[in-house]
Design a binder for this molecule. Structure first.
Ligand SMILES: Cc1cc2nc3c(=O)[nH]c(=O)nc-3n(C[C@H](O)[C@H](O)[C@H](O)COP(=O)(O)OP(=O)(O)OC[C@H]3O[C@@H](n4cnc5c(N)ncnc54)[C@H](O)[C@@H]3O)c2cc1C
Length: 401
């Protein structure tokens, strides 16, 4: 939808082909954080050993479902190869550039769109309770400051000052004042209505099944509702992108990283600053007078089952950080889940295909798809119009694996 927005603005006629009815999806119930603070990609030193430790605890925030799958093995191999200091050093500046571009786009959207989507610039608070996590987070803060992203290491008293209404239990925290947040479902739903008014065609309940290629170009997009032809095609199909790319003979390693959220309405005393419980890997975001908790990363393939144990892991973490907050286990119907499109190096795939001339890819944003959406949409529009892109996209070349 971000791509559709900028393409429409540039004067193009856009059709979105979508397999669902667009009442839900990964961009609706997420934590809504816009995170220039997140300079370290998912593939980073220490992630594999941490992941293995977490694998054996059913309430832990990370799980890989062991299964015999060529795609998973390939993805795991590339994840392993990229979990290095060198990769982080290369990825951090690229993530910074796209994050800052996307935040600037959000600032502009908050002014130019005729609706409110809960955009606030209150920063992000990373909370830690152990010495080990403090050490890691202080290093992250130093890396951020080195790259020009403001980060302050603050004491537990300073953390509490940022949260006047809710008692916080933490050894300390790192505060990133440059982060922001929105209410994602409000953004996506209203953007959809806006785009419809601007004549974007929504071809919903329609699944893309295959493509006909002629002279190095996509001539036909084949769906279960018939064939379509376009001058340009943007592949932005999230966790399903690897499977669709394979139909085009492109290698786009992708795994779905399932996460859960639940939202508590009508908070009498609410959290002010979006926060992450670092040891528990739980994200907390105030959205009006509601409070959303989100977390877990389950690499289980495209699978929509809900693991109540992992949701319990999120619920159990709340009183450890907010001792006065009493949250009971949500009912199944109150639990939202989404499939994050995870590339193995933690960087998105953005760019024009080298092999198929009228194909642009915009996917694989893992944990940052909401944050990087508008920036990506802007880049897609520039690529289609063959303009110089706002930032370098060399690190995001889609055919890198
Ligand atoms: C618990 C949780 C918390 C998160 N918190 C944040 C956060 O705070 N900040 C942040 O930046 N990100 C966050 N994320 C990540 C973010 O939600 C995702 O990165 C983002 O939503 C991905 O968007 P997308 O458009 O790439 O993919 P999707 O939203 O999955 O969209 C892809 C669409 O393609 C459609 N599709 C797939 N295959 C086909 C086909 N063959 N034919 C037609 N249609 C097809 C799908 O139905 C889907 O609607 C979070 C995710 C989770 C799970």
């Amino acid at each position: 939808m971000s791509s559709a927005y900028y393409l429409t603005k540039a004067g193009h006629q856009v059709t979105i082909i979508e397999q669902s009815d667009l009442k839900d999806g990964c961009s609706f119930g997420n934590a809504g954080m816009i995170v220039p603070s997140h300079l370290i990609p998912l593939a980073a030193p220490g992630m594999i050993s941490k992941g293995i430790r977490w694998m054996f605890n059913s309430t832990s925030p990370f799980y890989v479902k062991p299964r015999i799958s060529g795609d998973l093995i390939k993805w795991g191999y590339h994840f392993y190869r990229n979990s290095t200091k060198e990769h982080v050093a290369k990825a951090a500046p690229a993530l910074k550039e796209i994050s800052l571009l996307s935040k600037a786009m959000y600032q502009q959207l908050a002014k130019e769109l005729p609706f409110d989507f809960g955009y606030h610039e209150r920063g992000l608070l990373m909370l830690y309770q152990t010495k080990e996590t403090e050490h890691e987070e202080v290093e992250t803060a130093a890396l951020a400051n080195k790259h020009g992203i403001e980060a302050h290491v603050i004491s537990s008293e300073e953390v509490q000052k940022l949260e006047p209404e809710v008692e916080v239990r933490a050894r300390g925290g790192v505060y990133f004042p440059g982060d922001a947040h929105i209410t994602p479902q409000s953004f996506v739903n209203q953007l959809m209505t806006f785009l419809k008014e601007k004549s974007v065609k929504f071809q919903t309940n329609t699944t893309v099944q295959d493509f006909i290629i002629e002279a190095g170009k996509i001539k036909t997009v084949q769906t279960d509702k018939g064939d379509f032809s376009f001058d340009e095609v943007v592949l932005a199909t999230g966790s399903w992108s690897g499977m669709l790319a394979a139909k085009l003979d492109l290698s786009l390693p992708m795994q779905a990283g399932k996460g859960y959220s639940f939202t508590i309405p009508n908070m009498l005393k609410n959290v002010r600053v979006p926060s992450i419980f670092l040891e528990a890997r739980v994200a907390v975001t105030p959205m009006g007078n509601s409070l959303r908790f989100g977390g877990t990363m389950e690499i289980t393939g495209v699978d929509h089952s809900i693991s109540m144990n992992r949701v319990k892991g999120i619920v159990d973490s709340i009183p450890r950080y907010y001792p006065e907050m009493k949250v009971t286990m949500p009912k199944t119907e109150e639990i939202w889940h989404g499939l994050r499109p995870c590339s193995p190096d933690g960087l998105p795939y953005i760019g024009r295909s080298q092999k198929i001339k009228n194909l642009v890819l915009a996917t694989g944003h893992s944990m940052m798809g909401l944050s990087l959406g508008p920036g990506t949409g802007k880049l897609v529009s520039e690529l289609i119009d063959q303009e110089k892109t706002s930032i370098s996209i060399d690190a995001f070349v889609p055919e890198r694996f």
